[in-house]
Design a protein around this ligand. Structure first.
Ligand SMILES: [Fe+2]
Length: 385
């Protein structure tokens, strides 16, 4: 049995950001809080959103206090601003942190009277709490990586425990405009691209894969393999940006059902304990995940090997060969090693317990224990220097 879903309409295409006002109006929005971060404001993209909203007669206020990894304090701050301005809709514009903060604000806005923020962000599938529906939202990614515009989760950081948590909330519409990513720097392009790659890899090794996720994830990997190196070298290449925008969104839709698991548990551990940016963490752990899981779904991982132009003569050699190919790909697009980042092997190993505590890792097709996670973390350091 498999389950797959389609959460919200995606308005995709060059210049689509200029239709945000029409899309928001259709959703009944009259007074919007635009959630973004200061560095995004400097790109001029939020102004395009504002112009489109004003053209449709929608009032706009701006919250530009988004911070990396979406701390819960910014969700509280943004919600206060939404209340004081009487917002009836939230628009997120930016990278993953902006979109997740915007989704968090939309949910907290309608629930803060009854639910503590900590309870809201620590979603526990074993003890789900009943929440009011969130305010209407539109998500506009400005990077190709997060996929948050098409997932039902907002990843929010608990600032007391430094844990990356999640609450269940999804957008009513997504605007995916590849032009918004034109000119993005090579590092952010590479990191976000490998985040999307890791989303694909992990949904392919989920305990509950399905044909919808498999198809989208494989197609996304094909686009990333071909176009990510191009976008890193030529930031203004329209064709590369177009393909990566599709890849990121397809990956988001894919892991919406067959969710991320052990790789993200490890990346979250590296992020929470060692402040490794999410995309770098995902890029570095993905080869270890592939080595763990490729033998469990050889028919799928042989397809990835084909995309990577590898000759595989037996299922036995598949995991190592493919993992090494992904490490080479990481090198080619400039993913730094732990050593490059000034992190020691012991520091990497100190995150094992955090990764073990992340329940999402149970969604992986291959079960892990402390010894396995320790080996995988050691590989992250030893096999990529
Ligand atoms: Fe991710």
């Amino acid at each position: 049995m498999s389950r797959y879903s389609q959460l919200c309409p995606v308005y995709f295409g060059s210049g689509e950001v200029n239709n945000t006002g029409t899309i928001a109006k259709k959703l009944g929005m009259t007074n919007v809080l635009l959630v973004t971060e200061k560095t995004i404001v400097e790109t001029g993209i939020p102004q395009k959103v504002i112009d489109s909203l004003l053209k449709s007669g929608i009032t706009v206020s701006v919250y530009d206090g988004v911070k990396m990894d979406a701390p819960d304090t910014t969700v509280i701050e943004g919600t206060k601003l939404a209340e004081s301005t009487g917002a009836d809709g939230i628009i997120g514009c930016g990278g993953g942190s902006s979109l997740d903060t915007a989704k968090g604000i939309a949910l907290y806005f309608t629930n803060k009277k009854n639910v503590d923020i900590k309870k809201m962000i620590h979603f526990d599938p074993a003890n789900p709490i009943t929440l009011n529906p969130a305010l209407k939202t539109v998500m506009i990614p400005t990077t190709s990586g997060t996929g948050s515009e098409s997932t039902f989760v907002a990843v929010i950081t608990d600032t007391d425990t430094h844990q990356k948590c999640g609450c269940i909330v999804w957008a009513n519409a997504a605007v995916v405009d590849p032009d918004l990513t034109l000119g993005l720097g090579r590092t952010i392009t590479a990191y976000t691209g490998m985040d999307a790659f890791s989303h694909c890899n992990e949904c392919l090794c989920n305990v509950m894969p399905n044909p919808h996720s498999d198809t989208l994830a494989l197609n996304s990997i094909e686009r990333i393999y071909k176009w990510l190196p191009v976008a890193v070298e030529e930031p203004d290449c329209k064709e590369a940006r177009y393909n990566l925008a599709i890849a990121s969104n397809f990956a988001g839709i894919a892991f919406q059902d067959s969710q991320v698991n052990v790789g993200h548990a490890m990346a979250h551990a590296l992020g929470a304990r060692l402040h490794i940016p999410h995309g770098i963490g995902c890029a570095l752990v993905t080869p270890s995940v592939i080595e763990l899981v490729a033998g469990a779904r050889p028919e799928i991982y042989r397809k990835i090997a084909e995309i990577f132009e590898l000759e595989i003569s037996s299922d036995e050699e598949l995991p190592t060969k493919l993992a090494d190919a992904v490490r080479s790909f990481n090198r080619r697009i400039g993913i730094p090693s732990m050593k490059d980042l000034g992190i020691t092997r012991d520091q990497v190993l100190s995150t094992v317990n955090y990764a073990l505590s992340e329940m999402m890792r149970m969604g992986c097709i291959v079960a892990q224990d402390e010894a396995i996670i320790t080996d995988m973390m050691a590989e992250v350091y030893d096999s990529y220097q």
